[in-house]
Design a protein. Structure first.
Length: 222
């Protein structure tokens, strides 16, 4: 059945609920430190023929059809990933933590150098709140948010999360990193807006200096 990009039909919605249930059970059964790098094929192997067909149909649509105009990066997991241990936030963010993250070695080296400089200059610390995400993790997130947050609208979902292979977080060379302050301010967690992060001293420093460490703001304001 042709997909309704505005809102998937009743049958599609029932199927996707089953998919999310299976994938969440799988996620609960793997070590937490492997969540960010779960494998695409492992997720698909959990599905029956009908579920697999629909998921593949969704995940291989042309992103431009749902309003995403970014480039394709990769469906391959790089072999130089380095684990970044979870960090617990302090102050207003106390009780939340980053969770284990991963980064290709070269981007982690750049981030480490940058975080050392920001501390030396303004005595503030920044952390990796979300680093590399495998295409499998991206597939999980795309379907999960399609079902739970965006009312089965592919167009709405495409405004917030990229399809597998198209997320900057999955680029093996120029991977995106979501940054948080030591207080857990990142501009997107529950109860926060982008302006919350924009108003921090850390953001001001990054705006002026991040390019020295091979980082740039992926999506400038407006």
């Amino acid at each position: 059945t042709k997909l309704n990009l505005e809102r998937l039909n009743f049958v599609h919605r029932v199927i996707l609920k089953s998919v999310v249930k299976k994938w969440e059970k799988y996620k609960e059964g793997i070590p937490k430190d492997k969540s960010a790098i779960m494998e695409y094929d492992a997720l698909l192997s959990l599905l029956n023929i009908v579920e697999s067909f629909l998921v593949r149909q969704i995940l291989t649509i042309d992103p431009k059809e749902i309003g995403f105009n970014g480039p394709f990066y990769s469906l391959e997991i790089p072999n130089n990933l380095v684990k970044v241990e979870s960090i617990k936030f302090v102050g207003a963010g106390e009780g939340r933590e980053t969770g284990v993250q991963y980064c290709p070695q070269h981007s982690l080296n750049d981030f480490t150098a940058m975080s050392e400089s920001i501390y030396n200059e303004i005595k503030r610390r920044v952390f990796i709140d979300s680093g590399y995400r495998s295409p499998g993790r991206q597939a999980f997130l795309f379907i999960y948010y399609l079902v739970n947050d965006n009312n089965y609208s592919l167009k709405e979902n495409g405004r917030w999360i990229a399809l597998p292979g198209y997320s900057e977080h999955s680029s093996p060379i120029n991977n995106a990193i979501d940054i948080a302050t030591s207080e857990g301010i990142n501009g997107f967690s529950e109860g926060q807006t982008s302006e919350d992060f924009e108003s921090t001293e850390e953001y001001k420093w990054l705006t002026n200096n991040a390019h020295k460490y091979n980082f740039y703001l992926s999506y400038p304001k407006n």
